[in-house]
Design a protein around this ligand. Sequence first.
Ligand SMILES: Nc1nc2c(ncn2[C@@H]2O[C@H](COP(=O)(O)OP(=O)(O)OP(=O)(O)O)[C@@H](O)[C@H]2O)c(=O)[nH]1
Length: 518
Amino acid sequence: MPLQDDTKQQLNDALKARKALEDTYEAQFKILALFVSRLSLACKGVDVDLDNRLAKLRTELNRGTDLEKLLPFIEGTSENLKQLEAKHQLDVQKVQRGLTEAGKLLQKQKGLPDQLRRDLRELLGKVETPSATVHAFLPHLNDLTRLYQHALEAKQQLSSDCADDDRYSHICRQISVELTNLLSELAFAEDSAAEMDKIRHSLLEKLPIDALLEACLKTINIIISSINRERQSAEHFLLKLNDALSSVQQTVVSSLSTSSALKERMQVLNQQIEQQIVHLGAASERATSLEQLKMLVSDKLSAITSSLREKDQLEQQERHNLQLTLGDMEQRLHELESEALTFKKRISDQSFRSLQDALTEIPNRAAFDERYQLEIKRWQRYKKPLCVVLADVDHFKSINDNYGHSAGDKTLKVIAKTLKLNLRETDFIARYGGEEFIILFPETSLVELEVPLNALREKIRKIPFKFKNVSVPITISFGATQFVTKDTSRSAFDRADEALYEAKRSGRDNVILKPAGE
Ligand SMILES: Nc1nc2c(ncn2[C@@H]2O[C@H](COP(=O)(O)OP(=O)(O)OP(=O)(O)O)[C@@H](O)[C@H]2O)c(=O)[nH]1
């Protein structure tokens, strides 16, 4: 029996040990199941198929399903994971390639700061190193994003600098245009005119701001010295006038005093003559003999004759003095008259020249502005059609560039002359600035313009321009419009400008008529 007891004991012990082992396995299995369940949750979102499989596995694990029953699940999921692993490798390569390409693209950008370029080079070196997971690239991606951000900031700065550049050249262009217009509206004497011409020519180039300011200062100096010259000339005229008037006054005063002295002397003589006649009468009564009377009369008569002669001389002297005074005054007046004439001509020349373009000798922009307002008023009053036309020489810059500015100037003169000669008396042409002309056609409708404008265009094209022995055909484009009721001077002008732009865009050497409302 002890043996039986012993065996029983052993069996019990074995059962206990097994139970303990089973308990341990079960606990371990639970821990493992929990871990697998958590791990599966961590994988969630990588792949939908995998997510579904893992969700099922978790449910089974929670239920405590036998490992045996779980095995097919596990196998299927393992297969799924293998495929994912392959895909993961591809993803890693893709991320690596993507990062490299994005980095290289950034490297190609212009205007990046040097430090950014260095950081980028270093980053691209790191990206080249192979990595097992996509995660390993995350810091690189982060770095690259940062570099992109810096690059964008640098670019933005650069483009705002460029915007400044644009603004700068816009301002320069505006100053240049305004100054050119001002120069064409100013009238100057010969020497200043040459200086002005020099400044005008310099403005044909693209000038930096300091050169433009210098041109402005030079212009101001010329204006000031010209004003001074005009003032001096006016002063000179006034001084002459003053001189002449005071000399006339002096002459009149001295001639008055001379003539009053003569008058006094004449009175004395008259008295003397009267007295001599009275004496003669009294003495003749007293005379007792004819001989005595004869002597007395002879004496007195010679005294009277000498007084009369003296009186005659005095009268002659007075007449002579008067003639001298008159002659002197006449001469003074002639001088003054010619001085006044010169001055008057100077003033009228001045006002004429201030409305004339110095180069082409046709009206300038200021003259146009005046005439434009006048024609608009006429159009409003009489309701007769009014057209405004802008004309611009084609590719004029290339004439300057290829043959020099003097050739350009000559071209403008010839074109202006041709245009003017081929217009009616009632039409008005002005140089609007640069190589642009503006024409007003009163009492003309837009349809009526087609033929004459095309004729003008042909005329210009046929001018045999020759530079450096090369025949250079020059063409011109026209943009025309007609005033309508709602128009202002500006709106009609803008429409003509748009038409001109269309003429240029259509290939130049063209006439575009643009009615309102198109
Ligand atoms: N010689 C000379 N050139 C002038 C004068 N005024 C303006 N210019 C030049 O005229 C040229 C005008 O050039 P752009 O405005 O580019 O026009 P474009 O070359 O005529 O070309 P499109 O008008 O487009 O056909 C510039 O080069 C100016 O310098 C001037 O009084 N004399």
